[in-house]
Design a protein around this ligand. Sequence first.
Ligand code: B3K
Ligand code: ZN
Length: 883
Amino acid sequence: MDIARTPSTPDGNIEMADAAVEPKAPPEIRREDYTPFAWLVPTTRLDFALGLEKTRVTATLEVERNPAADASPTIRLNGDGLELVSLKCDGGDCAGHMMDGDDLVVTLEGDSHTLEIVTELDPSANSQLMGLYASGGMLCTQCEAEGFRRITFFPDRPDVLSTYTVTMRAPKKDFPVLLSNGNRVRMDDDGELLTAEWHDPWPKPSYLFALVAGDLVARTDHFTTMSGRVVELNVWVRDGDLERTEHAMESLKRSMKWDEETFGREYDLDLFNIVAVSDFNMGAMENKGLNVFNTKYVLADPETATDGDYDGIEGVIGHEYFHNWSGNRITCRDWFQLSLKEGFTVLRDQLFSQDMGSAPVKRIEDVRVLRGAQFPEDSGPLAHPIRPDSYREISNFYTATVYNKGAEVIRMMKTLAGDEAFRQGTDTYFDRHDGEAATCEDFVRSIEDGAGLDLTQFRLWYSQAGTPKVSVNLTHHGDEAILELSQNVPDTPGQSGKKPMPIPLKIALFDRDEGTHAGEQLIVLDKASDTFRFPGFATKPVLSINRGFSAPVSIQRDIPSDELVFLAATDDDPFARYEAMQDLMVAYLVSASKGDLDEESREAKQADIVRAIGSVIDDEAIEDLMRGELMSMPSQTYIMEQIDEADPARIFERREELKAVIGRKLAHGLRQLYQRAEKLPYSRSAEAKGARKLKTLVLSYLVASDPQGASALAAKQYENADNMTDRQGALMVLTGVDGVERTGALLDFYNRYRGNPLVIDKWFSLQAMSMHPQVIEHVKALAEHEDFTLKNPNRVRSLYMAFAANPHGFHAESGEGYRMIADLILGLDPINAQTAARFVPALGRWRKMEPGRSALMREQLERIAAAPKLSRDTFEQVTRSLG
Ligand code: B3K
Ligand code: ZN
């Protein structure tokens, strides 16, 4: 299907492309242009005659004029590459109809009508994986955001809610299982042909429609809701994968219970189905009653899934389940409101995972993701507010900003309100807007009313992009500690001269000698600058600020190393303790990479870091999972973000050197830690997970100082491993070192897991992430490997996302890494535009790099922009990135 098309406006009115825009530019859709749709669609009947190569869809829509909208003589039904087979109005000919680009516009005179639309599709040819597509012999759908229009002509916008009844007919031998949203109301089997009818009693927008047809088996279980209803739960997979679904099912049951206890939300159907598919553009999709998942977020056993995989599954299962209320029962009025469901649901899944495991470690992981993915977005050419003002292709706005910063913004509301009042706020939201397509403004007003807050100024967090910088200066006079704070919200594309935002900061002032503080306080910086005075301090205290990462800001302060060492050893807020360790290392690596330090101060600062890590190793009160966080080095990407005109090679050198110093100076303590960790048998307890995390972390330090010795230890860990965390960790260390152990382990890993695509993905990733000097040649060879294909997004990401995130390979001085990613984008764009466009931001960081690399990156962006035919997705990302 051709994805270049004439666009429609969000209000559904006909509007041709703006004449001022060059011909190939798709138009900009603007939030301020929203108008309600002129028609309601109370019921939708869909009849599918299913086949892999030919599927016929008959859609019967009851339509009525929307009394809340301006009357229109026509109804616009969105299509995308569809062929209209037939159209009937009230059983006969329509008064008139025309194609406007890909959309079907039908003239309707009266107040209510029945439209019958027949389309025909070839799911096997749908490589975009949007709409109805074939994956490994089964059929499945992905409709968010605008995939339903690739199935039938429909007002494909989230504010048109309809009640769906779906009939599926398919050959039984190929498709013995037929699923759709809601409840199954009928099943006929004539021996050859299977007919199933499904009815979903909850009105929903088209993006939540789903069907699955295939040869699948299920793990079945039950959950009894808080009002005593028994819900049947199924996790559907291919035969042979059933044994790897237990964790997914347990995660689902835990999610259902948690949402009842924490947000008072009960499930609302008698059936909940999850289906795992191996070709999927993202993690999973929250279709009503029929969640479709990437196999990566369903299948796990200790032999094939790491601890990170297990956590990911729990988080994503929770996320999609929580959408049943935050997304499905209350959906979005238009796609500009995406953070209404995504930001809130990410917060809900984060809180869930915090409650299921170690809360401080989860918080640290979430902040790491925010800083690693969202901060760069906010400081680059693709910066946008959590509620964007315009887009050309909405798929490009499923971003870390909308999701993760969106979650942080709602988390700040929770911090400001307190837990109880926040719950009153969310109750108000769910009660007030149940069954509606709502806006971010509706959410904020509900929290204001329910929690009793004034969020007038806080709303700026929805409209202003950019990570605020908060400058901190603490002084001491008489018996007073004086804290001067100021904020600056940087200019971003299309936005300058921003207003001060309310920034909630949790702080504590430590008595240096006692190592204690008189209690955490919440202060709110809501002006450009402000001064806070704290009496009762005979000497200058040590400031712990933004504890728990209470605000998604960047703290700028000159803090002496010894105060960071103090906080790293003493702070009772685990996040602040982690932060002090990170600050200590970041400060050193930034100045060392810029060449600002002479030999002597370099050594002195390295010694501070070694001492701080040494005390973390020795501190018996710390749990190992947390110890692993405290000992982790900041990523190279994060360090690069702190430097203008960054030179990745220099940062890499300094970082490796620091690792080697730590490995050498602390070799004894690290080896002891390893030996202790090694003794713990495999289990999924926090203690055993912590031990596994430490083993690989220790190896990564030791390998920097003693490649030979550490390789032998890693090879032993690889061979003796009885779980994927240990085996993958060891292989990761080995792939960075040239030697026989590397070749042997890689070969063994491939042969051992040959039939398991998710594990073979790891094999591709590990090599692409490697610090090996020949990583570029390795990635080129892997792209030619018989198991590599551009058709499977997991495989593409496993090789190229890993490579684009590998500063060592991607930023090779020759520019070869940039060329490889540009080649990939151009090759993938016609096959899977959504996935191709996701690679553009890596090249979009060109302004941050030193002049040589900056020019090479830009050159590749220009090469992509010059391609004769680009998808709307890639076109938008490339033009915005060029600025
Ligand atoms: N809502 C889906 C994301 C759909 C992305 C479409 N490009 C999954 C999620 O966030 O839960
Ligand atoms: Zn989501």
